[in-house]
Design a protein around this ligand. Structure first.
Ligand SMILES: Cc1cc2nc3c(=O)[nH]c(=O)nc-3n(C[C@H](O)[C@H](O)[C@H](O)COP(=O)(O)OP(=O)(O)OC[C@H]3O[C@@H](n4cnc5c(N)ncnc54)[C@H](O)[C@@H]3O)c2cc1C
Length: 293
C-alpha cells in the first residue's frame, strides 16, 4: 500500500516547526527519520494531512558534553553509534544502538525519533529511563524539560503534547569506573526484541557498587526500570553483588505487567528477563572491575 496524500513541510528552525504544528493541530505530525512513521502511513495504520519534517533542522543535530551528554533529537542513530564522545561519556548508549534494526535503519532513524516514538520494544527509551535522562522539549509557547521517568506513558504514547517537538536528550555522565551491557532475545537478528535488558554499573574507589541502572524493553507496554534489582545491588562490594545477582535478577522479572502476544507469552518474557538481567549485570560488573570476559 501507499500512504494517503500529505503536505510535506521542511522548516529550518525549531520555532518554525513548532508554529506549523500549532497551526495544523491534530492533522500534523513530526517526521524525523521516517523509519517508524512512514511504514505506519504506508500501511494506512495512521494518516496525517501535514508532515513536519525536522530531520534537517540544524538546531536539532549534534552531540555535546557539558556535564551531561546531550544528543540533538534529529541526530541519526548511526552518528551517535560511531561517535567516540558518546562511547566514552555514556557507554550504555553506544552499546545499545547497534541492537536497533539494521544499519540502513540506523542511518536514517534518529535518536529523538526512537525516544518520541516510545515503542516499548526499543532500546533507547529503556536506556533513557534507566539512566535518568532528561528530555528537552519545545512548543509554540516555549520550552520545558521532562524527566524520562515521566515521559513514557504507554505503547507509542508519551508526555509530549501534539504541538511539541523533542529537541534533545541529556544523559548524565558517570565518572567512576563503569561497565555497560545490552542483552536481548529477538526472533531474527535486527528484529525488535521479545525481551531485552540495558544495564550499567558504576564502582566507587572502594570497589563498591555506587550506581546501578537497569532498563527492560520488549516486556511490557512501556520501558521498565528494574528498581528492585538496582536497590538490591547498590552499596554492595563486587563479591557481594556477584553473589546477590541471581536473586536480584529474579526481582526484575516481578516488577512489570508482562505482555502476552503473538511473539511470546508473559511467562516466557519473565523467564528470559531473569536470565538477561543476570548476564547483562555480570558483564557490566566484570567490565567495571577490570575483569575481561
Ligand atoms: C525493519 C525495522 C526494524 C526496526 N528495529 C528496531 C529495533 O530493533 N529497535 C528500535 O529501537 N527501533 C527499531 N526500528 C525503528 C527505528 O529505530 C526508528 O528509527 C525509530 O523508532 C523512529 O525514529 P525515526 O527518526 O525514524 O522517527 P519517525 O519514524 O520519523 O517518527 C516516529 C515517531 O516519532 C515522532 N517523532 C520523531 N521525531 C520527533 C521529535 N523530534 N519530536 C517529536 N516527535 C517526534 C513522529 O511524529 C512519529 O510519531 C526498526 C524499524 C524498522 C523499519
Amino acid at each position: 500500500m501507499k500512504a494517503a496524500p500529505f503536505d510535506h513541510h521542511a522548516p529550518e528552525s525549531v520555532a518554525d516547526a513548532a508554529a506549523l504544528l500549532a497551526e495544523h493541530g491534530d492533522e500534523a505530525k513530526v517526521l524525523a527519520g521516517g523509519q517508524s512513521l512512514l511504514p505506519m502511513l504506508a500501511m494506512r495504520l495512521t494518516r496525517f494531512e501535514h508532515l513536519v519534517d525536522v530531520s534537517r533542522v540544524p538546531e536539532l543535530h549534534g552531540i555535546t558534553t557539558d556535564g551531561d551528554l546531550r544528543i540533538g533529537a534529529s541526530t541519526p542513530q548511526a552518528v551517535a553509534e560511531h561517535d567516540p564522545v558518546v562511547a566514552d561519556a555514556v557507554p550504555l548508549v553506544a552499546r545499545a544502538i547497534p541492537h536497533i534494526g539494521h544499519f540502513q535503519i540506523r542511518n536514517r532513524g534518529t535518536v529523538g525519533g526512537s525516544i518520541a516514538h516510545a515503542d516499548p520494544a526499543s532500546e533507547l527509551p529503556a536506556v533513557a529511563l534507566a539512566l535518568d535522562a532528561v528530555l528537552e522539549v519545545a512548543g509554540a509557547t516555549g520550552t520545558r524539560e521532562i524527566a524520562a521517568t515521566d515521559f513514557f506513558e504507554g505503547t507509542w504514547s508519551t508526555a509530549l503534547a501534539d504541538d511539541e517537538i523533542l529537541t534533545g536528550v541529556r544523559f548524565p555522565v558517570w565518572t567512576g569506573r563503569q561497565g555497560a551491557a545490552v542483552r536481548e532475545v529477538a526472533r531474527r537478528s535486527g528484529d525488535f526484541a521479545i525481551a531485552g535488558v540495558a544495564a550499567a554499573v558504576e564502582l566507587d574507589a572502594a570497589d563498591r557498587v555506587a550506581r546501578v541502572a537497569v532498563g527492560l524493553f520488549g516486556v511490557a507496554s512501556t520501558p521498565v526500570r528494574a528498581s528492585a534489582t538496582e536497590a538490591a545491588l547498590t552499596g554492595a562490594s563486587v563479591a557481594e553483588a556477584t553473589a546477590a545477582l541471581a536473586d536480584a535478577a529474579l526481582a526484575a522479572a516481578d516488577g512489570f505487567d508482562a505482555v502476552d502476544d503473538l511473539h511470546a507469552t508473559g511467562a516466557y518474557r519473565r523467564r528470559v528477563t531473569t536470565h538477561l538481567v543476570q548476564t547483562a549485570l555480570t558483564a557490566a560488573i566484570q567490565e567495571a572491575s577490570g575483569v575481561r570476559a
